[in-house]
Design a protein around this ligand. Structure first.
Ligand code: SAM
Ligand code: DTB
Ligand code: SF4
Length: 354
């Protein structure tokens, strides 16, 4: 990492400390804006994590309001279009064939089945439909079939997203040509911790796919999972790596590990909820224009914790009673929460601050 960059980021953090939190002046906004598109050293992100909770959430909320309407949230609905039987060994994942989690394998769904789910998602208010497949990466014939699914979903007027694993040369372009808007591919955690959680691929493999996705002109959806026994330092590294991508991802899902019996991470100590909120706030501060998605793990969260996440800068969720294979709050209960918090739902395009 370039030391000038590290120093700039650290200095900006000092500026925030000294001038802004006390005075409420706009210097922090300025310094954060200047940082957009620059590298964020792990040390600089760590300095954000180490702030008092109130200062951190206050600052994140302010940056959020600079770029987005403060009370709008975007809704994405997930569908597992190919389930289970995955050859990888991701220690968090219920779909890895080698863990006995009770997930039933299901072959790639037909266009009709997917359209039915996508229509229901749209009727329920989702604006983006995200199709997930339990593959290490798609074969050429899989990409062709998924391309048909993408075109069909797009024709309903929904934004499209897919998460299919590692892509080979040319595949991202094929998906883009079919009408794909976003590709989700998470780096999951810090580099060292990653090797403890996944052994069948490297994090560099993930970066290679992310480069292909970016080069094909697709929007990048890339984030991680916390609550996997990592340290704060590791969380700071995750955020630093995401924020230092040039450009940083348009969409940043922050997942709280859903512990599934049979996976190696089942039974691990859960993350302190305030630390989860801090992670959201750090994502918002370092990637001011990204959609920060409060992702997996909401079913295990209280309404109050979710409200704190929205205050810390989350402005998107997965909506619908299922994630891929695990549960998510019922749409009805989410609608009640939005109403209690005075949140309105919106498309990404309509969310920019006026
Ligand atoms: N197989 C593809 C891949 O790994 O990229 C796509 C599907 S995979 C299930 C999508 C993402 O879901 C993973 O990268 C991981 O971040 C997240 N995920 C999987 N299991 C999870 C769990 N138990 N809790 C939270 N997030 C999880
Ligand atoms: C993301 O970051 N989280 C979603 C989506 N991208 C594909 C997946 C969460 C999966 C949770 C475990 C499951 O339901 O199988
Ligand atoms: Fe397979 Fe993706 Fe699950 Fe890893 S996260 S086991 S690659 S489905």
């Amino acid at each position: 990492m370039n030391t000038d960059v590290m120093n700039t980021a650290a200095m900006n953090t000092d500026v925030m400390n000294a001038d802004v939190i006390k005075t409420g002046a706009t210097a922090a906004e300025q310094s954060l804006l200047e940082n957009a598109g620059r590298e964020w050293a792990p040390e600089a992100v760590m300095a954000l994590f180490d702030k008092s909770f109130g200062d951190l959430v206050f600052e994140a909320q302010r940056v959020h309001r600079t770029h987005f309407k403060p009370n709008s949230v975007q809704l994405s609905t997930l569908l597992s279009v190919k389930t289970g039987g995955c050859p990888e060994d991701c220690g968090y994942c219920p779909q890895a064939a080698r863990y006995h989690t009770g997930v039933e394998n299901q072959a790639l769904m037909s266009v009709e089945e997917v359209l039915k789910a996508a229509r229901a998602a749209k009727e329920n208010g989702a604006t983006r439909f995200c199709m997930g497949a339990a593959w290490r990466g798609p074969k050429q014939r899989d990409v062709e079939k998924v391309a048909e699914l993408v075109t069909a979903v797009k024709s309903l007027g929904l934004e499209t997203c897919a998460t299919l694993g590692m892509l080979k040369e040319g595949q991202a372009e094929q998906l883009k040509a079919a009408g794909l808007d976003y590709y989700n591919h998470n780096i999951d955690t810090g580099a060292e911790h990653y090797q403890r959680i996944v052994s069948t691929r490297t994090q560099d493999d993930r970066y290679e796919t992310l480069t292909r996705v970016r080069d094909a002109g697709l929007n990048v959806c890339c984030g991680g999972i916390v609550g996997m026994g990592e340290s704060r330092q590791t969380r700071a590294e995750l955020i630093s790596r995401l924020a230092s991508m040039d450009p940083y991802p348009e969409s940043v899902p922050i997942n709280n590990l859903v512990q599934v019996k049979g996976t190696p991470l089942y039974g691990i100590d859960p993350i302190d909820p305030f630390e989860f909120v801090r992670t959201i706030a750090c994502a918002r501060l370092t990637m001011p224009r990204a959609m920060v998605r409060l992702s997996a793990g909401r079913e295990q969260m209280s309404d109050e914790l979710q409200a704190l996440c929205f205050m810390a800068g989350a402005n998107s969720i997965f909506y619908g009673d299922k994630l891929l294979t695990t549960g998510n709050p019922q749409a009805e209960s989410d609608r009640r929460l939005f109403s209690r918090l005075g949140l309105e739902t919106s498309t990404c395009d309509a969310m920019a601050a006026e």
